[in-house]
Design a protein around this ligand. Sequence first.
Ligand code: S3P
Ligand code: PEP
Length: 430
Amino acid sequence: MAGMAAELRPWLAPTATGPITTTVRLPGSKSMTARAMVLAALADAPSVVEAPLRARDTTLMAAALRALGVAVDTSADDRWVFEPGPLRGPARVDVGLAGTIMRFLPPAAALADGTVEFDGDPHARTRPMGPILDALRSLGVRLEASPTGGLPLTVHGTGLVEGGEAVVDASGSSQFVSGLLLSAARFTKGLRLRHQGPPVPSAPHLRMTTHMLRAAGAVVDESVPDVWVVEPGPLRGRTWVIEPDLSGALPFFAAALVTGGAVTLAGWPAASWQPVGQLSELLTALGGEVTRSGDGLTVRGTGRLRGITADLSEVSEMTPVVSALAALADGPSELRGVAHIRGHETDRIAALATELGRLGAGVTEFPDGLRIEPRPLHGGSFGTYADHRMAHAAAVIGLSVPGVQLTDVGCTSKTLPEFPELWAGLTTRS
Ligand SMILES: O=C(O)C1=C[C@@H](OP(=O)(O)O)[C@@H](O)[C@H](O)C1
Ligand SMILES: C=C(OP(=O)(O)O)C(=O)O
C-alpha cells in the first residue's frame, strides 16, 4: 500500500537577481478537480473534466475511483472522461497524503457494494478523521478505523446508505462536511448535517462544495448557519471546466511581492469558485496590488512588504506562504485562527516556527497561529516535512535569501509536479 515515501530530492532555492515580471500558466485547482471527480463518479451519466489538475492527489483519486468500478480515462491532459457504474468492493484505496481523498471517499465507499480499505502515507495515518467517521457511523455505516480513530480504515459498504440526520464537529477540517455532502444526494433520505463545535475553517471550500453540488443537479439548502441539507436525488453527468489553482498560484504571486515585480496568472475566469476576494485582501494588506484583466489575475509588488495582523481561517492552506512573506516584511505579523492546520500535511504551525526560526526569524508559536518578527535572515537547511506548501514557503524566502536548501522539493508533486521547473523559470528570466 501507499506508505513508501518517494526518495528525497534536496533542492537549492534560486535567488532572484531583479524584479520578477512574468505570466504563469498553472494547472487546474486541486479542490475543484477532486470535487468534480467525485461528483462524476456518483453521477447517473458520463462526465468530462476539462483542464484538470494532474498531480499526485488527483492521480491517486483516479486510481481510487477505478478501484471502486468507475471507468476513468485520464490519457488526455486537458480532458478526463468518467463513465460511472455501480460502485463496488472489494477495493483498496491509497490516499497518499490527500485530505480530499481520505475525507471525500469514505462516504462514497459506503455506497459501494463490498469492503473498501483505505490507507496512505505514514503522516496520513495521523491526520484527523474521527468526526467524519462518527457521523458516518451515526448514519448506519459499518466501518473499522485504527485505534487512533483514523487510517487505516475499512468501510463495509452495502450498496446503500439510509442517510437522514447527522451531527459533526468540523472545527478540525471543513473536509468533514464537504466529504459527507458530496455523497449525500445518493443517500436514500439525503442528509441534514449540523456542525456542532468551534467554527468550521475554510468556509470558501464549503461554498465550493455546495456550488458544485448544485451544478450537478443536487438540491442544497445552506440558509441556516452550520446546517446543510441535501435532498436525495440523482447527480447529473456534465462537463466541468476547472479553474487555474489559486492556492498553487500564491507562491508565484508572492514572488512579485518579494521582488517588486508583477506576476499574472493566465486563464483566470471572470467569476470564480475559489477565494479570490480573500486572497486579494491579504496580498493588498501585505503591500501588493491585485488587478484582473483579459490577460488574467495580476499581482504587483509595490516594493514594500508590510507586516500584517490577520485571521487566516478562511484561507488556511495559504498560511505557509503568507508566513514566508511575513518573515520578509518590514514589521511584525500575527497570523491567527488556524489551529486546525496542525492537522494538515504536517503540523504547519510547529514546522513554520522551527524552520523560519532556523533561518533567523523571530517566531512565537500560539495554539492557533504564529507571531513573526522579521530579522535579517540567512541561508541554511529548510525542512519540508513532505509538505508541498512548506516547500513553497522555503522557495519564496530563497528568492531574497541566498543559500536556502530545501530538504526535499519532490513533495511539491502533491499538487504541482512542475513546481521546481516553473520556479526556476522565474529567476532565469528576471
Ligand atoms: O476541501 C478542500 O478541497 C480543501 C479544504 C481545506 O481543508 P481544511 O478545512 O482542512 O483546511 C483546505 O485547507 C484544503 O487544502 C483543501
Ligand atoms: C491542506 C491541504 O491539503 P489536503 O487537501 O490534503 O488537506 C493543502 O493542500 O494545503
